[in-house]
Design a protein around this ligand. Sequence first.
Ligand SMILES: Nc1nc2c(ncn2[C@@H]2O[C@H](COP(=O)(O)OP(=O)(O)OP(=O)(O)O)[C@@H](O)[C@H]2O)c(=O)[nH]1
Ligand SMILES: [Zn+2]
Length: 206
Amino acid sequence: MVFPIAHIHYNDEIDGNGKVIVPEEVQDAIRTLIRWSGDDPSREGLLDTPARVGRAWREYCAGYAEDPSAHLSRTFQEVGGYHELVLLKDIPFQSHCEHHMAPIIGKASIAYMPTDRVVGISKLARVLHGFAQRLQVQERLTAEVANCIWEHLKPEGVAVVIEAQHGCMTGRGVKVHGVGMVTSKLIGCFLDDQSSRKEVMSLMGY
Ligand SMILES: Nc1nc2c(ncn2[C@@H]2O[C@H](COP(=O)(O)OP(=O)(O)OP(=O)(O)O)[C@@H](O)[C@H]2O)c(=O)[nH]1
Ligand SMILES: [Zn+2]
């Protein structure tokens, strides 16, 4: 099921201003985190922060409220005799790592080799965002996007390459900047056929 406003979960209550009501226990947890970080959650500037953070996490994790495969249910048969690969290149996305809940910021290239049906091109980005807006590791995100397209579009092949930077490696821990992690998942003709693989990788810029 896909909800009209992506960051509003099915069961969320909405206040008079159209904002998601953040449950007290969630706000309490954020107050505890503020205290643990060394600040005072009762000071003026932080009073509304627990509710804001709660709503922000509803948005960051909006993917849990949707089934990304639903974006692939509407397909088109008539494509003017075009039977070559379709590539959506360098789609920006944001996710959060499941280890530190730190931002993962990157771009994804998604390609498929249609059989007789194609999908509206924006839907590939919607599938990506549906899986990205969850707590993730980059490897699983890459595989989930590719497998979803493979299972629901039934193309001859799917290729997904993701390049991203991990906030848990820049803002903390090892603190290395400008390092990109690259992951790829190739299925069908892009895995089996060397010339298809070469073509898609070169169109993606790899
Ligand atoms: N493979 C993979 N690792 C990730 C991803 N996001 C974060 N990590 C890594 O997950 C690991 C968690 O390692 P731990 O040793 O449990 O955590 P930590 O002590 O905070 O590790 P450091 O980041 O090295 O300080 C770290 O090496 C992160 O860099 C991801 O998408 N894929
Ligand atoms: Zn992390």
